[in-house]
Design a protein around this ligand. Sequence first.
Ligand SMILES: [Zn+2]
Length: 121
Amino acid sequence: MRRAGSPVADIAAASSTSAARVLAATRSAGPFYRRGPTLPNGVVGVAGIARMCQVPTPTVLRWRRNGRLPAPDWTTAAHRPVWLTSTIELWLTTGGLATCPTCGAHVLSLPRHIGVMHRPC
Ligand SMILES: [Zn+2]
């Protein structure tokens, strides 16, 4: 949960223990990076798009660099680009991405994705 960015206090509450115990028990599994300010429901940043597409965040950053992503709906005062989830949902159906039948990830190249992610051992 810490790796996924959940606040220590939330993990402690969910586990009926203290934040100190969560910190002590998970310290060796870190480092953990703090998330930026939480976006309101219906708004996503790059990490949220990655979650929606079930791809790693660097993939979304590359799509953004390469002009694959739709333009952000707006940019926060901290210069963070954000999108409405509805913008991304529409883009998922019109953006030319393929959906992996195995894991559900939305990818540019299904053969490449399958070759990297689902290669037989
Ligand atoms: Zn897949």
